[in-house]
Design a binder for this molecule. Structure first.
Ligand code: NAD
Length: 332
């Protein structure tokens, strides 16, 4: 297999690249990454010692570059995206360009060069909020924020290349990932890094929003399974993490970081903060997928990584966005 991995200098993509470099049947892994504020070659670390790894800085919207690279590979695994919901409130156009046009550019090249597999990596946020029950893969897409809407659009664009041209596209939708090397703008590293510095953390509303937390290594195992065994044209939910409210998550992080509730401030809810995401994952389980990571142990390992790698996140933390505006009231 010769793999082109987009967004391989980001959080999940870098874990995936390191995993696949160890596979005997993988001859080559090329990372295409624009190294935006979210990308960091240091995430790939010792992977650069592998003769199988090639790193190409560049944009997934660059048609000529994408065309040249896709032509040299047998499979594409597409992680590159604008991924932070809060940023999508102020720069939605950038999300549509990267997430939708970038995906279309890649799918177009994949179709023209006849790659054997195109895995498009997506999110449970495309289903929108679920008060009860779980979303199956054919559940309606009801994204509520520009990030999720751009991902939903990109899923449909990618799948259209299967329906129209027979390009072997699979889509994965995972729940929230956690683990080492995540940008400190996301809730777990944001809270851990603030608590480690003795600073306060802020919880939206009463912290009642429910998220499913999946270790990044479990997501990468599921994506590899889809790469190897997924049926073209199919979507696979990658769930099976731990469900909890943001308040419960905060309690765990306070315990791990040796802090207490005095370090928590409650603020009004942000724009369109979906109350709960939930997915069923029986379809990928039928291929043998089982999340292997214990949540408590994984969270402790993650906090320990941030504690030991201050140089990796401290410069980034200084450039984080301010807290997002409160949600509109019901009368607006
Ligand atoms: P990330 O923000 O950590 O990494 C994104 C990477 O894409 C960065 O390295 C960045 O430099 C690169 N990139 C951005 N724009 C680019 C462009 N135009 N051209 C080339 N590279 C570009 O994101 P992540 O958390 O690793 O997420 C990876 C994928 O997984 C995304 O598609 C995201 O929607 C999806 N996802 C993430 C989560 C999560 O919890 N983090 C959950 C479900 C799905």
């Amino acid at each position: 297999m010769k793999l082109l991995v987009t967004g391989g200098a980001g959080f999940i993509g870098s874990h995936f690249v390191k995993r696949l470099l160890d596979a005997e049947d993988v001859e080559q892994v090329t990372v295409l990454d624009a190294l935006t504020y979210a990308g960091n070659k240091a995430n790939l670390g010792e992977a650069f010692l592998s003769p199988k790894l090639d790193f190409v800085p560049g944009d997934i919207c660059d048609r000529d570059l994408v065309d040249t690279l896709v032509a040299r590979h047998t499979a594409v695994v597409h992680f590159a995206a604008e991924s932070h919901v809060d940023r999508s409130f102020t720069t939605a156009g950038m999300f549509v360009t990267t997430n939708v046009v970038g995906t279309q550019t890649l799918a177009d090249a994949a179709m023209r060069h006849g790659v054997e597999r195109f895995v498009h990596v997506s999110t449970d946020e495309v289903y929108g909020p679920l008060v009860n029950g779980e979303a199956t893969e054919d559940y309606p897409l009801r994204p509520t924020v520009p990030y999720a809407a751009s991902k939903a659009a990109s899923d449909l664009v990618a799948l259209s290349y299967w329906h129209t041209y027979g390009a072997p596209v699979c889509v994965t939708r995972s729940s929230n990932n956690y683990g080492p090397c995540q940008h400190p703008e996301k809730i777990i590293p944001l809270f851990v890094t603030r608590l480690l510095r003795g600073e306060k953390v802020t919880l939206h509303d009463c912290g009642q929003h429910v998220r499913n937390w999946l270790h990044v290594a479990d997501n990468c195992a599921g994506i590899e399974l889809v790469l190897r065994q997924g049926v073209p044209g199919e979507v696979y939910n990658l769930g099976g993490g731990t469900d909890m409210t943001n308040k419960e998550l905060t309690g765990e992080l306070l315990r791990i970081c040796g802090a207490d509730w005095d370090q928590v401030t409650y603020i009004p809810d942000r724009l369109s903060n979906d109350i709960r995401y939930a997915m069923s994952w029986g379809k990928i389980a039928a291929l043998g997928y089982r999340p292997a990571h214990d949540f408590q142990a994984g969270l402790e390992e993650t906090a320990a990584w941030y504690s030991a790698n201050t140089d990796r996140w401290a410069p980034l933390s200084r450039r984080l966005l301010p807290v997002m505006p409160a949600a509109r009231s019901a009368s607006q």
